[in-house]
Design a protein around this ligand. Structure first.
Ligand code: AP5
Length: 214
């Protein structure tokens, strides 16, 4: 199965993509995770991306389109993939259409997760991520057993630089301007399914599986 996950920051795209990918052996392609890795590695692409990410702005299309093209051409995506956070602009959506046409691999569904802005701010300002294994927690909704320490690997839990409230609100503005129009783009192609993402993780997951037929 080939899926696109759309939705504002903090709508749970990464959480739900991780659950579905693990259960079904799909490849999870998170452009945000890949860009953060490039920043951590200090690559030229990472240096270019960091300023945009810290400001809550999008990284230029040509950078992310190149990453996605390279990843999709890999063997591990043959069984299916979930694009988590890509595309985010009409230019990226058109580029993706061309890439998938080249691979004869049309998408099955574009899933839009909907949640209101104040819930997003509460979720993201409380998010903590393990510096070691990248496992994700929330100080209230999904706390670790020991504060500041990853349950899985014992690594340090840290807050993302772009999870400050002012940057979260800028990311929400960028989503409304640049990415929300893609809902109409995929609705027009008959691919869009919308999920109410305001409930608990398990409830959202059950709705997701039903919507995509898994
Ligand atoms: P990216 O890392 O993709 O961030 P995002 O889209 O803003 O999404 P998030 O990871 O913040 O949220 P999510 O929807 O995945 O929610 P999550 O499951 O983590 O991108 C970061 C930056 O990289 C961008 O701003 C941009 O600069 C750049 N970038 C990335 N892709 C790009 C592209 N294609 N083009 C250009 N630039 C790009 O959950 C969030 C929190 O909520 C967690 O703490 C979680 O535990 C909790 N949670 C999840 N679900 C629930 C629930 N149902 N109830 C309660 N809590 C929940």
């Amino acid at each position: 199965m080939r899926l696109i996950f759309l939705g504002p920051p903090g709508s749970g795209k990464g959480t739900q993509a991780g659950l579905l990918a693990e259960a079904h052996g799909f490849c999870q392609i998170s452009t945000g995770d890949m860009l953060r890795q490039a920043v951590a590695d200090g690559t030229p692409m990472g240096l270019k991306a960091k300023a945009c990410m810290d400001a809550g702005e999008l990284v230029p299309d040509e950078v992310v389109i190149g990453i996605v093209r390279d990843t999709l051409s890999g063997e591990k995506c043959r069984k299916g993939f979930i694009l988590d956070g890509f595309p985010r602009t009409t230019g990226q959506a058109q580029a993706l259409d061309a890439i998938l046409h080249d691979f004869s691999a049309p998408i099955d569904h574009a899933v839009a997760f909907t949640v209101d802005d104040e819930a997003v701010v509460a979720r993201l300002s409380g998010r903590r991520t393990c510096r070691g294994c990248q496992a994700m927690y929330h100080v209230s909704f999904a706390p670790p057993a020991r504060e500041g320490e990853c349950d899985k690997c014992g690594g340090e839990l840290v807050q993302r630089d772009d999870d400050r409230e002012d940057v979260i609100r800028q990311r929400l503005r960028v989503y409304a301007e640049s990415t929300r129009p893609l809902l109409d783009y995929y609705r027009g192609r008959g691919h869009l399914v919308e999920i109410d993402a305001a409930g608990p993780v398990d409830t959202v997951h059950a709705a997701l599986k039903k919507a995509v037929g898994l």
